[in-house]
Design a binder for this molecule. Structure first.
Ligand code: NDP
Ligand code: ZN
Length: 355
């Protein structure tokens, strides 16, 4: 089989590997639609999770089942499926405690393109198929569907973790595809006013479509000050962090009201060594006592999560296809799509490859 791999930090290339073996509860899937993630960029070009050699990249896919193990009940060859980015080991202790994305240690549910070959191959292996695949609904476009495995799941988690009440004021720091789903998630959770922070014109347009009421450019001055100004000094009830570097925590905490939640979904990948720290504002955080609480999370995976996200889309609650600004045709275009995700031109939200 052929795949687009991380050869080492800073280098990608096409490689050949043996077809993966299918265990009794597993599946082998061929891709239908694929999308690169900013996390692939952190992994390859920033070396954020350490070096990887000849590891096939990618964790966002729709596919066609090619083979299933003898114990798989609900899927068969030929089925069109949504493949979650996170594929937990559902029998583990962490899953039973309610944290399936962290099975086998922190971030352990994130297997594809972390410690197991990802989905940028002409076929790939899925563990526990009955738990980690979902049927692609009839009528869902590939451009929309491929946003479910990671973008919708992560962005919506940002809103779910933020304790948004009906009418809450929310700030979403960063409106790439993840933050845009944070905006859409905040609206679905009943937010009143939604501040969206970012500059790329394509993202600003979709942010308004997804429910942003105020657009803030972090390039026009301190973000927290701008939002405090517009709220008469009050700040916001919830913050979702989906972009920026380590200093973004300063903005998030400074703009949050006492009693708020700062919900981080950002991957602090850039320029951070193992010993580096992420600063928090001592005064803005009420000297550590202001009831400004930080939540974190890795994208939720698994079948039920994908089925619920599909319900959101199939019943017209939001249209993920608006984020597919660059649609490529053909598996060979994957490299171009990934490099586009790295370079992030102004008109880009998310590249998608229809295989
Ligand atoms: P993008 O790079 O497309 O978007 C980042 C956004 O942050 C842009 O809108 C950018 O603005 C904005 N931004 C940059 N600097 C600042 C700043 N100082 N203040 C406020 N906003 C700023 O990324 P993605 O949406 O693809 O991904 C976002 C993050 O989520 C990444 O770190 C990614 O790795 C992570 N991620 C985490 C997952 C999880 O499980 N927790 C899963 C998937 C992704 P501009 O418009 O100017 O470009
Ligand atoms: Zn991702």
């Amino acid at each position: 089989m052929k795949g687009l791999a991380m050869l080492k930090i800073g280098e990608i290339g096409w490689i050949e590997k043996d077809r993966p073996a299918c265990g009794p509860r597993d599946a082998i899937v061929k891709p239908l639609a694929l999308a690169p993630c900013t996390s692939d960029v952190h992994t390859v070009w920033e070396g954020a999770i350490g070096d990887r050699h000849n590891l096939i990249l990618g964790h966002e896919a729709l596919g066609i089942v090619d083979e299933v193990g003898s114990e798989v009940k609900d899927f068969k060859p030929g089925d069109r499926v949504i493949v979650p980015a996170i594929t937990p080991d559902w029998e583990t202790e962490a899953a039973q405690r309610g944290f399936p994305s962290q099975t086998g240690g922190p971030l352990g549910g994130w297997k594809f393109s972390n410690f197991k070959d990802g989905v940028f191959g002409d076929c790939f292996h899925v563990n526990l198929a009955d738990y980690n695949l979902a049927h692609l609904p009839e009528g869902m476009s590939l451009e929309a569907g491929v946003m479910l495995p990671d973008m919708l799941s992560t962005g919506f988690m940002g809103a779910e973790n933020a304790n948004i009440q009906i009418g809450s004021t929310v700030a979403v720091l960063g409106i790439g595809p993840v933050g845009l789903c944070g905006v859409a998630g905040a609206r679905l959770r009943g937010a009143g006013r939604i501040f969206a922070v970012g500059t790329r014109p394509a993202s600003v347009r979709v942010a308004k479509e997804y429910g942003a009421t105020d657009i803030i450019s972090y390039k026009d001055g301190n973000t927290a000050d701008q939002i405090l100004d517009r709220t008469g000094g009050a700040g916001v009830d919830a913050v979702i962090i989906a972009g920026g570097g380590p200093d973004i925590m300063m903005d998030a905490i400074n703009v949050a009201k006492p009693g708020s939640v700062i919900s981080n979904i950002n991957y602090f990948g850039s320029g951070l060594g193992d010993q580096d720290v992420i600063p928090l504002p001592r005064v803005g955080w009420g000297f550590g006592m202001a009831d400004k609480n930080i939540m974190t999370g890795l994208c939720p995976g698994g079948r039920v999560r994908m089925e619920r996200l599909a319900e959101v889309v199939m019943h017209g609650r939001m249209d993920p296809a608006l984020m597919a600004t660059h649609v490529f045709k053909g598996f060979d275009k994957l490299e171009e799509a990934l490099l586009l995700m790295k370079d992030k031109p102004k008109d880009l939200i998310k590249p998608v490859v229809i295989v």
